[in-house]
Write a protein that binds this ligand. Structure first.
Ligand code: HEM
Length: 172
């Protein structure tokens, strides 16, 4: 028996990994990890503080991403301004839609399928998630408590697993 309790963070990361490796049973594939209502509230509340500094946050995000995974730089256009705006806008929509996932899931699935066309592979969602959480930590400072971090890790786990699953289905 497992004596060490897995944190929510680890559980989400473990599931994302299982999805990436294709080892999630077909019956479970559509059950993305759910967020608790107060986690949704934490993600929404904290994002309100990021929105006014969205441009700076996008800059920090790409800086960190290419530090963690320099090989990803060539996948993006030289100027990241437009890309950063799109990323923050989509994140904003997803964050707002968390309380009604059925309203955003089709658009998120489409986004996942478009990413196949950009040459994105499932394993690349890991450094992107790391860079996103790091950026939120920088932007939110002390407000980025362990609970807020866990809520964001779950939200990213949900978003990325839907994108990866729809990409896998498109490839199947
Ligand atoms: C939750 C995760 C992600 C979100 C919300 C996201 C969001 C976006 C958005 C909104 C766009 C603009 C184009 C479109 O709407 O189709 C885009 C493009 C792109 N994304 Fe992502 N993305 C995510 C994950 C990733 C990952 C893991 C990679 C891997 C490197 C990646 C690489 C790219 C690339 C290469 C483009 C196209 C750039 C271009 O040629 O203009 N994205 N992404």
């Amino acid at each position: 028996m497992r004596t060490v309790k897995m944190s929510m963070n680890e559980a989400v990361i473990e599931r994302a990994r299982a999805v990436q490796q294709g080892s999630v049973p077909a019956s479970e594939e559509k059950t993305a990890p759910a967020l608790l209502p107060d986690q949704i509230e934490m993600v929404q509340e904290s994002f309100r503080h990021v929105e006014p500094i969205a441009e700076a946050a996008a800059g920090l995000f790409y800086g960190r991403l290419f530090e963690i995974a320099p090989n990803l730089r060539e996948m993006f256009p030289e100027s990241l301004d437009e890309q950063g705006r799109k990323l923050m806008a989509v994140l904003g929509l997803v964050v707002k839609g968390l309380s009604k996932p059925e309203t955003i899931l089709p658009a998120v699935s489409e986004l996942g399928r478009r990413h196949v066309g950009y040459g994105v592979t499932a394993d690349q969602y890991t450094p992107v998630g790391e860079a996103l959480l790091w950026t939120l930590g920088e932007g939110l400072g002390d407000a980025f408590t362990p609970e807020v971090e866990e809520a964001w890790a779950s939200a990213y786990g949900l978003l990325s697993s839907v994108m990866i699953e729809s990409a896998n289905q498109a490839a199947a």
